[in-house]
Design a protein around this ligand. Structure first.
Ligand code: FRU
Length: 710
């Protein structure tokens, strides 16, 4: 593109100096200089040169090219004036430009003058509140004026609301401006009268189409996130505005189509949306925790303190997919029934998200942060914009204060998991580290404030966990287990600084969709209790994903050495509503189904059997088939195979079925198979049958379970 006359006024080119090809665009002005060059101003509105974007007191100005534009907001909306170009010849069919600001014809406008007469005019898009400062492409067809001498005059004669005009990139061209779908930034003001703002959401808008939403109070951004704002919402996400009740707030949303209604669909309420159906939604897991609204991934900050188990979690409160990472929060007194509490950690700022981490109680107040009778909960997490950070809570994990020395560790890594190393009376953080290679790094600290790098164990990826367990329940024979997101693990020794493996990396769970598990700090019964992210996609629901059962981990001696076992926490037995116990029996291939007539939506099935000469013992639970392949000593769940060795010729199997997942335990916990699974709502049948020979069923019991939400 050629420049018609330079806007800086230093180089003055005329048409005759150009050797033009017919189709070349001619740049009239891009307003990139520090003054207007040969353009002349009157009044104050246009100042002495292009504006660098927004001017004092103005909303964010977007949609202009380069660094500068014409912006008549000098001194606010009241200033007036004109900005007039030198004469030029109309040598193309179109004049294209970017224009924004006030939509007052003849008052906030850009005119084309020929012989001193206005022959074309254009205004900005805004006449009423809620507009945006986004410039949009526009053009004039000037074919009939070919060869004429003309001038551009930008006018601001308006003194009221939207009394300014923004212009950029004026070009003579043979093509009209590309009229892309016009989107803009808009604002809405409201007084916060209720607890929540409700935002209309639709699941699954295409990537990159998300809106950025900022909520401002007193001119400051207090919350900022991305979401799929929708004119035809499927549900409403809530934003807790308790802290700003009674205040005036502005909601600013970008990329809104010109006719979008979403901004006006934002409402206020004291309860969350859809509360009458809460926890009764068709795909709401009834045995597993999931957030009320929005997305969860990893469990975080799992700690027992003052009688409560705390389950924090990676949370997108404003949409169905991953994003906007916050720490959601839920508490339980029995590991079974969970109450979701307000969000515990908001992102430090937009783009600086609260990624995963763990929590402990600082029982000896080594940090000096204890300020109440409550146990002092200390959490470590990744602040993606800063590094590994530490926060503490004196109000039972409801809110957290920042340690002023944050970040405590700066490196390439994430997901710091703190623990107390009692023999050395110091703290340890196990953290994923990819400074050199994928590994887990160990840091130590006497007081949770200063941290020293100690060692690194290669070949682990994100969400480290490190804990000690007795082998076969013998407290004199303890080993340490190092694990990470995949749930693969190593067993070894740990001296507070170095972990020394005694096994290669071993396979963790043998199912699917179980990830980033973490164990509770300070279980009151001294157990190691693990919860994993259960990746159950709940399509069409106002929430997505879930958490696994609380799982009791143990180390058991096997012919190959000690191995981890997973069993469901016994607390889950409190959900049993009704039992169907079958007598011990020998099943033949043509035997009647001992569970005929037993039905259930939420089911626990327990069996102990000796396969004998049967080749297969098959359990059916709501359409899922769980086959024990006796020859291979493997479980085949739907299509997934998992080794499940017999013990003393016996197999003990426990199957849980929820609306969105199965959790299966075999070989006394050596085999743990979690699996996302959505049974057909009307298939409630249970069954057992054998193939190829007879199997002895020593015990068989099915339970109907109650919902954890009741
Ligand atoms: C694991 C993970 C973590 C990270 C978090 C972000 O699922 O990738 O490493 O902290 O999720 O949500």
């Amino acid at each position: 593109m050629k420049t018609l006359f330079a806007i800086t006024g230093l180089a003055i080119a005329t048409l005759t100096t150009f050797n033009l090809r017919a189709a070349d665009d001619l740049l009239l002005a891009d307003f990139e200089g520090k003054d207007y060059g040969q353009w002349k101003t009157t009044g104050e509105a246009f100042g002495s040169g292009p504006a660098p974007g927004k001017l004092p007191g103005q909303m964010q100005v977007e949609g202009f090219l380069g660094k500068g534009l014409v912006n008549s907001f000098r001194g606010g909306d009241r200033s007036t004036g004109t900005l007039t170009s030198p004469e030029f010849k109309i040598e193309r069919k179109f004049i294209t430009f970017l224009i924004g600001g006030g939509g007052h014809v003849g008052k906030t406008c850009m005119n084309l003058l020929v012989d001193g007469n206005v022959v074309r005019t254009a205004t900005g898009p805004n006449t009423s509140p809620g507009g945006s400062e986004e410039l949009a492409p526009a053009s004039w067809d000037v074919g009939e004026l070919a060869g004429k001498t003309a001038q551009i005059q930008i006018v601001d004669n308006a003194t009221g609301g939207w009394g300014h005009i923004n212009v950029d990139q004026i070009v003579l061209s043979d093509k009209p401006a590309a009229m892309a779908v016009k989107t803009m930034t808009r604002e809405r003001e409201l007084t916060i009268e209720k607890r929540y703002l409700h935002f209309p959401v639709k699941n699954g808008t295409k990537k990159g189409k998300k809106q950025r939403v900022a909520v401002l109070v007193g001119g400051e951004v207090v919350r900022e996130f991305e979401m799929d704002l929708a004119d035809e919402p499927e549900w409403f996400a809530h934003l807790d505005m308790t802290a700003w009740r009674g205040k005036k707030a502005t909601v600013r949303v970008d990329k809104l189509a010109e006719d979008a209604k979403a901004l006006s669909l934002i409402t206020q309420a004291d309860t969350i949306w859809g509360v009458d159906q809460l926890y009764r939604e068709p795909l709401r897991g009834q045995l597993h925790f999931s957030p009320r609204r929005g997305w969860n991934n990893d469990p975080n900050g799992m700690v027992f303190a003052d009688g409560e188990y705390h389950l924090y979690f990676q949370h997108n409160p404003y949409g169905w997919p991953w994003g906007n990472m916050h720490w959601g929060h839920a508490v339980s007194r029995d590991l079974v029934h969970w109450e979701e509490l307000p969000i515990a950690l908001y992102p430090h700022q937009f783009g600086d998200w609260a990624f995963s981490g763990g929590a402990v109680v600082d029982k000896n107040n080594t940090s000096g942060w204890k300020k109440s009778d409550n146990e002092l909960i200390v959490a470590t997490y990744t602040s993606t914009g800063r590094g590994e950070c530490i926060v503490y809570s004196n109000d039972r994990g409801r809110t957290f204060q920042e340690f002023e020395g944050n970040p405590i560790i700066k490196h390439k890594g994430r997901d710091p998991r703190p623990l107390w190393y009692a023999p050395g009376k110091h703290w340890v953080v196990a953290v994923y580290d990819f400074e050199k290679e994928k590994s887990i790094a160990l840091y130590t600290s006497p007081d949770l404030k200063t941290w020293t790098f100690q060692s690194r164990i290669a070949d682990f990826f994100e969400c480290a966990d490190l804990f000690e367990l007795p082998v076969d329940g013998d407290v004199a024979k303890k080993k340490w287990v190092l694990t990470a997101a995949s749930s693969d693990y190593m067993i070894g020794t740990f001296d507070g600084k170095n972990f020394t493996p005694e096994t290669p990396k071993l396979k963790g769970h043998l199912g699917k969709g179980f990830y980033a598990a973490q164990t509770f700090s300070h279980d009151p019964k001294g157990r190691i209790v693990q919860v994993g992210w259960l990746q159950t996609a709940t399509v069409g629901m106002p929430f997505n994903q879930a958490m696994s059962f609380p799982l009791i981990l143990n180390l058991r001696t096997t012919p190959e050495g000690p191995r981890l076992t997973w069993t469901p926490a016994p607390e889950l037995e409190s959900l049993r509503a009704k039992s169907h116990r079958c007598d011990a029996t020998t099943l033949q291939p043509d035997s009647a189904n001992p569970l005929a007539g037993v039905t259930g939506e939420l089911v626990e099935l327990r069996a102990e059997f000796e396969p004998g000469d049967a080749s297969e013992v098959t359990f059916t639970v709501r359409g899922a088939t769980i086959v024990y392949d006796a020859k291979k000593q493997e479980l085949v769940v739907n299509d997934l195979r998992a080794p499940a060795p017999l013990r003393d010729g016996k197999q003990r199997l426990t199957i849980f079925c929820d609306r969105t997942a199965l959790e299966i335990f075999a070989s006394d916990g050596l085999t743990y198979v979690p699996l996302p699974f959505q049974p057909a709502a009307d298939n409630l049948a249970l069954g057992v049958q054998v193939k190829g020979g007879n199997a002895k069923i020593n015990a068989l019991e099915a339970f109907n379970l109650r919902s954890i939400w009741k």
